[in-house]
Design a binder for this molecule. Structure first.
Ligand SMILES: Cc1cc2nc3c(=O)[nH]c(=O)nc-3n(C[C@H](O)[C@H](O)[C@H](O)COP(=O)(O)OP(=O)(O)OC[C@H]3O[C@@H](n4cnc5c(N)ncnc54)[C@H](O)[C@@H]3O)c2cc1C
Length: 429
C-alpha cells in the first residue's frame, strides 16, 4: 500500500487528497496542516470579517467526510523539515513520517513591504482565519471604536480605517470593513474606509484605466474613499496606528490599517531541502519538483515563470499532481486561464485572460456606460479573443472563457461581438 503525504490543508492539499483516494481507494493518505482549523474557504473570510457569517460556516466539510474517505488529517501540525533522500518529514512536535510520494501544498503568505511602522498595533494582513479574527476583534473592540476615541466620537467624527492596496483582496476587504462598521456597536454604525493604491488606478492587474474609473465611481457611491497613484511612506502612531503618511506628504487618518500588497509563496521547506526554487517552487508539466517523488500544487508553485495565486490554478494543479502521484505520467498541466471575479454585493466584475493587453498586435473592442456602471472590453489577437473585462454585466462569462480557451477564430464577427443581440454562447459551441 502506497503512503501519500500532503503538507498543507488548503484547497490544493484537500483537492489532491480527494483525487488520490478516488484513483487509489486503498491508499494511505495523510494531510498535515499547521493551522488548528479544518479546511476553510479563504474567499469567504470577508463575510466573516464583516460579521455576516459565523466561523463554522467557513468550514467546508465535516471531519467525518475525511474519515470516510480514509484521509487522515493532522491539524495544528507544522512540518519543519523535509529530507528528500530519506523520503521523510520532521514535525514541529519532534515526530516524523515517511512517505512514498509527497505533495507540497504550503500555499502563500501575505507580503508586507518594508514600511516604517508596519509593526504597530492595529496593522493587519488578511490571509488566514486567525488574521480575520484578530482584525474583527480589534475593529469591534472598545479601544478602537469607543473608549480611546470618546472625545472624537462625541464630536461626531467616525472611526477610520485604511487599506493599502487597491487589488481584488484590498477592495473586498475595504467593503467588508464598511459593512463591519454598520454592525459593530462600538463603531456606532460608521467606519470610514480609504483605499490607497500606488498604481494610477484600481485593480491595475485586471482593469485598464477606463474600466477602473467606472468601478471606482460605483465603489465611491458605496461610501469608500480612494487615493490612486499614492505611495505609502510610513505608518504613524505611538504603539497603535493613527494614520498613514504618503510620499507626497499627505496624511490619511486610520485607526486600523490593512496591508494588501500581494503574496509570497511559502517555499522555505522546499528551499531548505535543496529543491529548485525561484519566486515559487518550480514544477514541470507533471507538477513534479526537482526531487524524486516530491510534487507540488497551488500558491506555492511556479509553473513556466508564473505564480498564479488563484483557486482555479490550485485545484487544476492538485488534480494533475494527484493523478501523477498515483500513476506516473498520467496527466499533464499546461497552465490555467487567469480568471478573477470581484465579490462585492451589487457590483459584478469578471476579468479573463489577457484582459488589459495593449499594443499593435491587439484589437480592442469597448462598450462604456458609466451611468449604468457598465464596462465591457474584449481584446483580440489574430482574430481570436485573448482577454475580456465584464463590469456590470453577468452574462457571457462562460462563453468567453470557452472562446479564450479554444482560441476560436471570431474575426468575421469582430465588429459585432459587443452588440446586445450577439449570441456568444452559440459562437462558443
Ligand atoms: C481573503 C482571501 C480571499 C480570496 N479570494 C479568492 C477568490 O475569490 N478566488 C480565487 O481564485 N482566489 C482567492 N484567494 C486566493 C486563494 O485563497 C488561494 O489561491 C488558495 O487558497 C491557494 O490554495 P493553496 O492550497 O495553494 O494554499 P493555502 O490556501 O494558503 O493553504 C496552504 C496551507 O498550508 C499550510 N502550511 C504551510 N506551510 C506548512 C507547513 N510547513 N506545515 C504544515 N502546514 C503548512 C498553511 O498554514 C495553509 O493552511 C483568496 C485569498 C484570500 C486570503
Amino acid at each position: 500500500m502506497q503512503r501519500y503525504v500532503i503538507v498543507g490543508n488548503g484547497v490544493a492539499g484537500v483537492t489532491a487528497a480527494q483525487s488520490i483516494t478516488r484513483a487509489d481507494p486503498a491508499a494511505e493518505v495523510h494531510i498535515f496542516g499547521e493551522e488548528p482549523y479544518p479546511y476553510y474557504q479563504r474567499p469567504r473570510l470577508w463575510e466573516f470579517l464583516a460579521g455576516e457569517i459565523e466561523q463554522e460556516t467557513l468550514y467546508f466539510r465535516p471531519p467525518e467526510w475525511y474519515a470516510a474517505k480514509g484521509i487522515q488529517v493532522h491539524l495544528g501540525a507544522r512540518v519543519t523539515a523535509l529530507n528528500p533522500t530519506e523520503h521523510r518529514l520532521t514535525l514541529a512536535d519532534g515526530g516524523s513520517i515517511q512517505y512514498d510520494r509527497l505533495l507540497l501544498a504550503t500555499g502563500a503568505r501575505s507580503f508586507v513591504p518594508p514600511f516604517a511602522g508596519a509593526d504597530k498595533n492595529g496593522v493587519f494582513t488578511l490571509r488566514t482565519l486567525d488574521d480575520a479574527q484578530a482584525m474583527r476583534a480589534y475593529a469591534c473592540g472598545e479601544p478602537f471604536g469607543y473608549a480611546q476615541d470618546r472625545r472624537r466620537r462625541n464630536a461626531g467624527n467616525p472611526c477610520s480605517a485604511v487599506v493599502i492596496g487597491g487589488g481584488l483582496l484590498g477592495l473586498e476587504t475595504a467593503r467588508a470593513l464598511l459593512a463591519l462598521g454598520l454592525r459593530c456597536e462600538h463603531l456606532s454604525g460608521r467606519l470610514d474606509v480609504s483605499v490607497i493604491e500606488v498604481a494610477p488606478h484600481l485593480l491595475p492587474r485586471q482593469l485598464d484605466a477606463e474600466g477602473a474609473q467606472v468601478l471606482q465611481t460605483r465603489l465611491e457611491a458605496m461610501g469608500l474613499y480612494f487615493l490612486a497613484g499614492a505611495t505609502t511612506e510610513a505608518i504613524l502612531g505611538d504603539e497603535a496606528v493613527r494614520s498613514v503618511r504618503l510620499k507626497d506628504g499627505r496624511v490619511v487618518d486610520g485607526r486600523l490599517v490593512l496591508i494588501s500588497t500581494g503574496i509570497r509563496s511559502r517555499v522555505e521547506l522546499a528551499r531548505e531541502a535543496g529543491l529548485e526554487v525561484n519566486r515559487g517552487l518550480i514544477v514541470d508539466e507533471q507538477l513534479r519538483t526537482s526531487a524524486a517523488d516530491v510534487y507540488a500544487a497551488g500558491d506555492v508553485t511556479e509553473f513556466e515563470g508564473v505564480v498564479y495565486g488563484i483557486i482555479p490554478a490550485a485545484t487544476e494543479q492538485a488534480q494533475v499532481a494527484a493523478a501523477n502521484m498515483v500513476a506516473d505520467d498520467s496527466a499533464t498541466y499546461s497552465g490555467t486561464l487567469p480568471a478573477t471575479t470581484l465579490k462585492i454585493v451589487g457590483i459584478y466584475l469578471t476579468c479573463l485572460g489577457d484582459a488589459t493587453a495593449t499594443g499593435d498586435e491587439f484589437v480592442v473592442l469597448r462598450q462604456v456606460n458609466p451611468a449604468a456602471g457598465v464596462y465591457r472590453r474584449l481584446t483580440l489577437r489574430e482574430g481570436k479573443i485573448v482577454g475580456a473585462i465584464l463590469l456590470g454585466v453577468t452574462r457571457d462569462v462562460q462563453p468567453l472563457k470557452q472562446l479564450i480557451a479554444t482560441g476560436r477564430d471570431v474575426s468575421v464577427y469582430s465588429d459585432r461581438l459587443l452588440d446586445e443581440d450577439m449570441d456568444l454562447k452559440a459562437l462558443a459551441q
